[in-house]
Design a protein around this ligand. Sequence first.
Ligand code: FPP
Length: 268
Amino acid sequence: METVTLNGTTQTEQDSLIQKELRQKGEIPQHVAVIMDGNGRWAKSRGGVRIKGHHAGVESVRDTVEACAQLGVKHLTLYAFSTENWTRPQREVNALMTLLVQTIRSETKKLHENDIRLTAIGQLDRFPAKCRNQLAEAIRLTKGNSRMELCLALSYSGRWDITQATRKISEKVAKGQITPEAVTDELISTHLVTADKPDPDLIIRTSGEFRISNFLLWQLAYTEFYITKTYWPDFRRDELYKAIECFQGRERRFGKVSEQIVSNESEK
Ligand code: FPP
């Protein structure tokens, strides 16, 4: 596999070997979602201001994106800014906006060179024009890339997503375009902002919290959880590998019993 150099470094032989072993051991999740948490606490524990943690978190984003692409993950969704994050002190919100613009500006070329497609989900119209324009430009440039999708959840919340899908469906019912009976699980999924991707196979949450925090509420129905105490700015690929190894050891029954899963596997 081709070497990705998102942070300007070349992949070490040892790292390639670890990735090869992971691929041989089991399935690589197609879609990984991440709740990047603990930036503020990371900064505070070092006597710094919260935004320092967000800045440090960018390096974790870089390493995670790079390692996921190298491993063969097809979709990586990062919870970068929740709807609720708008209620943070204005100074922190402004600093996060600036960081977002800077990061997108500095990383787009490398994402493009590495065949990674940038997308975004959420109430993007709530962002300042500068942010929206930078994002739109990066999305447009990388539109045709197919190695991996990097999806940023921005001003996103799971309840908002379900609400906007419900509205769209209700309008169709009201106009007589579909009957109430046509409203199924599948139909709802196709009206969510994630309609073009599979549900996440694995979700990672950093900083040891056991919450979904209004992330992909509908889409996480059968997603495997991996929670680590590590604060996001300290999260690196070794921890990602641990999460994937843990995922590979899980039996995904999707509501069935173990014997059904085993017999299905043997029929393949
Ligand atoms: C949660 O930590 C993190 C965020 C709200 C922002 C995440 C943003 C980044 C990692 C920076 C850039 C990202 C991209 C994709 C360009 P927290 O502030 O809630 O930490 P705390 O729980 O310790 O207070």
